[in-house]
Design a protein around this ligand. Structure first.
Ligand SMILES: NC(=O)c1ccc[n+]([C@@H]2O[C@H](COP(=O)([O-])OP(=O)(O)OC[C@H]3O[C@@H](n4cnc5c(N)ncnc54)[C@H](OP(=O)(O)O)[C@@H]3O)[C@@H](O)[C@H]2O)c1
Length: 253
């Protein structure tokens, strides 16, 4: 299937490691031109170099997306350097769960607030040409309770509904919006890898109880779904929350 993504300009937030890095690699294989955003310039440059050595066009924009002006700056820089913006993938996310106001503010902002600011910056570019795709990497934690993560659950639920609201409002402008909700994804240096090293017996029990397929997901399994949704081959998919979880029963321990 030709996805028709060659030359399309895609901005990926949190595109330097984990799921975001795999999304960037999957899109690069389809010939998309990439704008990658994360805070740590060295790691961004390292990933960009790997992608460029396979022939990809990649620009990096080191920025902290919790900084209120950063979203507009990176979208403006993308349009300046790569000519336009066709697809926004807001992959950045995270949580702090000590119940304090600061933890709630952080968790809502890193998931929902950054999604709002990036969308606000991207929509005028997409509206002007009556074409665009907005994808948020959310989580099954936004729809299924599991693990002691109320702030993360609430933030991801809000992000899922934000995507659905955008889908309705932006349909007349030719813009699709969806959320993609991974189950638990394992990769070296990621949160599950760290937890597995700390307490392998607990994580083995989690796999047994929650994952009918008997294993974690991989970043690549999420990335290829995102790449399909970014393409015009998914032209009727908008306002959806697409689970990529192998029928996982609950999201965390
Ligand atoms: N891993 C899972 O099991 C899982 C499951 C379900 C959903 N998800 C969701 O999938 C997404 C990616 O998860 P992940 O586990 O791959 O994440 P991760 O390993 O923590 O990577 C996060 C990425 O975001 C960047 N980043 C962090 N804070 C930033 C900030 N303030 N401004 C700009 N960039 C920032 C990081 O680079 P720097 O640190 O250099 O900035 C990195 O590139 C998140 O939305 C997460 O909630 C993950």
């Amino acid at each position: 299937m030709d996805l028709g993504l060659a030359g399309r300009v895609v901005l990926v937030s949190g595109g330097s490691r984990g799921i975001g890095a795999a999304i960037a690699a999957s899109l690069a294989r389809e010939g998309a031109h990439l704008a990658l955003v994360a805070r740590t310039a060295d790691r961004l440059e390292e990933h960009a170099s790997t992608l460029r050595s396979a022939g990809a066009t990649v620009r990096i924009y080191p920025a902290d997306l919790l900084d209120r002006g950063a979203a507009q700056r990176v979208v403006d820089a993308t349009v300046r350097d790569l000519g336009t913006l066709d697809v926004l993938v807001h992959n950045l996310g995270g949580s702090r769960e000590d119940g304090s106001d600061a933890a709630w503010d952080f968790t809502l902002d890193v998931n929902l607030g950054a999604a709002v600011r990036l969308s606000r910056a991207a929509v005028p570019v997409m509206s002007a040409k009556k074409r665009g795709v907005i994808l948020f990497i959310t989580s099954i934690s936004g729809t299924v309770v599991g693990g002691a993560k109320p702030a993360y659950n609430a933030a991801k639920a809000a992000e899922i509904m934000f995507a659905r609201s955008l889908a309705k409002d932006l349909a007349p402008h030719g813009i699709r919006a969806n959320s993609v909700s991974p189950g638990s994804i394992m990769f070296p240096g990621g949160s599950w890898d760290r937890r597995n090293k700390q307490d392998p017996a607990r994580i083995a029990k989690f796999v047994e109880d929650a994952m009918p397929r008997g294993r974690f997901g991989t970043p690549e399994e999420v990335a290829d779904v995102v790449t399909f949704l970014a393409s015009d081959r998914a032209s009727l998919v908008s306002g959806a929350d697409v689970a990529v979880d192998g029928c996982q029963l609950f999201p965390s321990v």
